[in-house]
Write a protein that binds this ligand. Structure first.
Ligand SMILES: Nc1ncnc2c1ncn2[C@@H]1O[C@H](COP(=O)(O)OP(=O)(O)OP(=O)(O)O)[C@@H](O)[C@H]1O
Ligand SMILES: [Mg+2]
Length: 338
C-alpha cells in the first residue's frame, strides 16, 4: 500500500488531538469540586476470591456541602471512605480531593494529606481517640505532629472542645466520657488541623437516638461554623432527612440522590421538599430503583421510548399488551445501531 507523503504525520496529528481531547474531557470532569470520584473501581482479592467493592463510582462534592451517604450493608460505603481518607487506594479510576490525586501520592505526600487535608471519625468511638490521653491531649496530638506551637495548640484545642460542647471533658480520658461526648471530642480531634474534608463513617451507629442527634448537630456545626465539607455515612433516616443532599450507593456505584430544599406553602409556612433523582453516569448508565423495578415486574430487557420531553421505560413482555399511548411491544421503529 502506498501512503501519500505527509499522510502519516496527519494521522498522528489526528490521534494526538483525539488523545488531547479525551484528556481534556477527563480532566474537566468535576473541575472546581472539592471531591472528584471518577469511575472509581476497588477490587479486593484474596484466597482466590475477588470482591468488586466499587464498580465505576462517580461522585462530585462541592466545597462547603454536607452530604449524607446511605446504602445497604456491603454496598461499598466504607471502601469509598477509606479511599477518601487516604488509607486505601483505588484499583482503577481517579480520586481527587482538594487538588490531590489520591492514586499517585508518595508515602510522604499521603501522610501530609492525611494529617492536614482530611479528618475522619469512625463508628467505634474507641478507634477515634487514644485511650490513655485526655480529650485535650487527643485534640492537640495532630497539631503537635504538624508542628503547631504548644501555646497555639493548647488554645485551639480548648476552642474546639468548647464549640462541640465538651470543654468539661478536657481533662478526662475517654473511659470517663459518655459515647456521645467521645464522638464529639473525636470530631474536635478530626478538625484539629482544619482539614477541608471531614469524613464520618456511621459516627452515630452505636448511639441512642437523642445522643445521635447531638453528634449529628456537631457535624452540622463543623460544616456551618468551621467551614468543613462533610461526608457522613449513616443508616439513620432521621439523620439523612436533615441534610440537603443524600447520595445512595448500590453495588459499588452511586445510584440515586435525594435533594431537599425549603420552600413556603400557600400560608407562608416553611416546608421541605425532597426529590429523588437517579444518577446518570458519564457513559449514560442509570440504575433503576429496585422498588420500581419490582413494582413493574421489569427484568432482563426494558424498552425505552423517547418522548418530546422525557424518556419512558417499559417492562417489555413480548406477548404482552401494548403500553398505553405507546408503540406496540413488538416491532416499532428500528433505531439502527450507532
Ligand atoms: N479488606 C477487605 N477484603 C475483602 N473484601 C472486603 C474488604 N473490605 C470490604 N470488603 C468487601 O467489599 C464489599 C463492600 O464493603 P464495605 O465495607 O465497603 O461495605 P459498607 O457499605 O461499608 O457496608 P456496611 O454498611 O456493612 O458498613 C463487601 O462485599 C465486603 O465484604
Ligand atoms: Mg461500612
Amino acid at each position: 500500500m502506498t501512503v501519500p507523503a505527509g499522510a502519516g504525520i496527519k494521522a498522528a496529528d489526528g490521534i494526538a488531538e483525539l488523545g488531547a481531547e479525551a484528556r481534556r474531557a477527563h480532566s474537566s470532569y468535576g473541575e472546581g469540586a472539592l471531591v472528584v470520584c471518577d469511575q472509581v473501581v476497588r477490587i479486593y482479592t484474596g484466597a482466590g476470591i475477588e470482591v468488586q467493592a466499587l464498580q465505576g463510582l462517580d461522585l462530585l462534592i462541592e466545597e462547603g456541602e454536607l452530604v449524607a451517604m446511605v446504602g445497604a450493608s456491603g454496598s461499598g460505603k466504607s471502601t469509598l471512605m477509606n479511599i477518601l481518607a487516604g488509607l486505601d487506594t483505588p484499583t482503577a479510576g481517579r480520586v481527587r480531593v482538594a487538588g490531590h490525586d489520591l492514586g499517585s501520592l508518595s508515602a510522604r505526600e499521603r501522610l501530609g494529606y492525611r494529617r492536614r487535608q482530611v479528618g475522619f471519625v469512625w463508628q467505634q468511638a474507641a478507634r477515634n481517640l487514644l485511650p490513655y490521653l485526655t480529650a485535650r491531649q487527643n485534640v492537640t496530638t495532630p497539631m503537635r505532629l504538624s508542628g503547631v506551637s504548644r501555646r497555639r495548640r493548647g488554645s485551639k484545642a480548648m476552642e474546639l472542645l468548647e464549640v462541640f460542647g465538651v470543654a468539661h471533658c478536657a481533662n478526662r480520658t475517654p473511659d470517663r466520657m459518655s459515647g456521645g461526648e467521645q464522638q464529639r471530642a473525636a470530631i474536635a480531634t478530626a478538625l484539629a488541623n482544619t482539614p477541608r474534608l471531614l469524613l464520618a463513617d456511621e459516627p452515630t451507629g452505636e448511639l441512642d437516638s437523642r445522643t445521635a442527634q447531638e453528634v449529628f448537630a456537631a457535624l452540622q456545626t463543623a460544616n456551618t461554623e468551621l467551614g468543613a465539607t462533610v461526608l457522613v455515612v449513616t443508616h439513620d433516616p432521621a439523620v439523612s432527612a436533615q441534610v440537603r443532599r443524600t447520595v445512595a450507593i448500590r453495588d459499588g456505584r452511586t445510584s440515586t440522590e435525594t435533594l431537599r430544599h425549603d420552600a413556603a406553602d400557600e400560608l407562608g409556612n416553611a416546608v421541605r421538599h425532597a426529590v429523588e433523582y437517579a444518577v446518570l453516569d458519564r457513559v449514560g448508565r442509570v440504575q433503576l430503583p429496585r422498588d420500581m423495578v419490582e413494582q413493574h415486574q421489569m427484568r432482563d430487557l426494558v424498552r425505552l421510548e423517547s418522548e418530546s420531553d422525557h424518556i419512558s421505560v417499559w417492562a417489555d413482555r413480548l406477548a404482552g399488551p401494548n403500553p398505553p399511548g405507546g408503540a406496540p411491544a413488538t416491532g416499532g421503529t428500528e433505531r439502527g445501531t450507532r
